[in-house]
Design a protein around this ligand. Structure first.
Ligand code: BGC
Length: 474
């Protein structure tokens, strides 16, 4: 894709550049922050099980306390306000409100989210609910999880419960978070919960996720008046390593998988079998009426962009016949996760998705970076993360000025948290968390957001004296 002259390069951005109606938020996910995994009747999720399996999580970390957001949500929402954000994205823990995944609901779990929503509204923070951010109830996994088509019914029941319980106050909804990660990492490579491996899982899981994505949208539409409904897709701009035909074809296959797989069926275009014929095997799992059921006219698509990907053809990798040319091999700038830092990649992906005529609005529902942080005398000088946000946002602004209908941006994440298989080793927060004391410290990147968003000047003692005692010591 030909890049236009940079409009925003080296230019300091301001909030007003993005317009008064641009939504500025920060995001979290239930399993990553809540802790309290056995409190108040919550049932086990696949991540509770996965974290007990040897060798699955770095340093054998688990999330039973994590950021203790379940108990500390009020002060964490104070931080959201102090940082100047008006939108807060969180996910519902399915097993907190339906401990067995279906059937008996857990009123105490519902009460927690009611209190959280009310606490947002009291602070003039607009809540955004993600229905599914990877923490499937274990009881459903025991019956096949995302591989079992019955998940469409289970998910429908769960979505309806959320819509009817919370829809009076919550108008912004994200149905799924990165379904590709669920299918790829959860059920194919086994790097994420439930840790299932094998390409044979991939196709039915993709299909059931795609069905639930649309079905969830329909259920929210039916049950929540004036809802603004989306779903969040992981995406990476893809480049071939060379201009050789086989590398170009490899890049097209990667693009089909990483970018097109969940948006095109939604838009009525079917799965991207043109670039990746293997996907035609999904037909085996589809019923005649499914093509229509895969469609839903979302109000927005959430794009989650972190890094671009460069690929080349490989005879050694069956099915996909490609391999990544890593950022290390290419000698490019990267985060502590080893992910390439590429603001241009953000621009490319915005352009690519805005070319679909069926997409209404785009929201950047996640963007952020892991860098090694050090909290010294109450200061976390995370200049690299700050630059990362600034550079990526410049490119969001450039795309917006070029006509892309990008309507909001969510920084990932409000605070350091349980980073899945990386445990607590990978910090993505704009607020530092000391996991021994639960003390929060706003990082310099967070302070940069506060200035960008014209929040009140930050008091010097801001949240430094954290009062709650460490649950580990209780
Ligand atoms: C996920 C988050 C995760 C982040 C950083 C996204 O793919 O939605 O849960 O923490 O990436 O890895």
């Amino acid at each position: 894709m030909k890049r236009k002259e940079d409009l925003a390069a080296n230019q300091e951005i301001t909030k007003s550049d993005f317009g008064d109606d641009f939504r500025w938020g920060t995001a979290t996910a239930s399993f990553q922050v809540e802790g309290a995994v056995t409190e108040d009747g919550r049932g086990p999720s696949i991540w509770d099980t996965f974290t007990t399996r040897a060798g699955k999580i770095k340093n054998a970390d688990h999330a039973s306390i994590s950021c203790d957001f379940y108990n500390l949500y009020q002060t964490d929402l104070d931080l959201v306000s102090e940082l100047g954000f008006t939108e807060f994205r969180f996910s519902i823990s399915w097993s907190r409100i339906l401990p067995s995944g279906a059937g008996q609901k857990n009123q105490k779990g519902i009460d927690f989210y009611n209190k959280l929503i009310d606490a947002c509204l009291e602070r003039n923070i607009t809540p955004w609910i993600t229905l599914y951010h990877w923490d499937l109830p274990q009881a459903l996994e025991d019956q096949g999880g995302w591989k079992n088509r019955q998940i469409v019914t289970w998910f429908g029941e769960y979505a309806r419960l959320c819509a009817t319980e919370f829809g009076d106050r919550v108008k912004n909804w994200i149905v799924l978070n990165e379904p590709m990660a669920v299918a790829g990492l959860g059920y194919t490579s086994g790097l994420h919960a439930p840790g299932r491996k094998g390409i044979l899982n991939f196709l039915p899981v993709v299909h059931h996720l795609a069905l639930c994505q649309a079905e969830g949208g329909r259920i929210i539409r039916e049950n929540v008046p004036n809802a603004y409904i989306g779903t969040a897709i992981s995406c990476s701009s893809i480049e071939p390593f060379s201009q050789q035909t086989r590398d170009i074809k490899a890049a097209a296959r990667a693009d089909a998988l990483m970018n097109r797989l969940f948006i095109e069926p939604l838009l009525g275009l079917g799965y991207p079998v043109d670039a990746f014929p293997f996907l035609s095997n999904i037909e085996k799992y589809a019923l005649p009426a499914d093509r229509e059921k895969l469609r839903f006219d979302f109000d927005f698509i959430g794009l989650q962009n972190y890094f671009p990907v460069v690929v080349r053809h490989s005879y050694l990798k069956p099915v996909l016949w490609l391999k990544e040319v890593t950022p290390v091999q290419r000698g490019v700038r990267r985060t502590a996760s080893g992910w390439e830092i590429s603001p241009d990649g953000m621009w490319e992906i915005l352009k690519q998705f805005s070319a679909y005529s069926g997409i209404r609005d785009i929201i950047i529902s996640e963007n952020g970076a892991f860098f090694e942080d050090h909290c010294v005398d109450g200061v976390v000088d995370d200049q690299e993360r700050l630059e990362f946000f600034r550079e990526y946002l410049q490119k969001v602004l450039q795309a917006k000025r070029e006509g892309v209908k990008v309507k909001g941006y969510f920084a990932w994440s409000l605070m350091d948290n349980f980073e899945w298989a990386e445990g607590y080793a990978a910090r993505f927060g704009i607020v530092h968390v000391d996991f021994n004391t639960q003390k929060r410290t706003i990082k310099n990147s967070g302070k940069w957001f506060a200035r960008l968003l014209n929040a009140e000047p930050l008091p010097v003692t801001l949240k430094q004296q954290f009062t709650k005692s460490n649950p580990l010591e209780q």
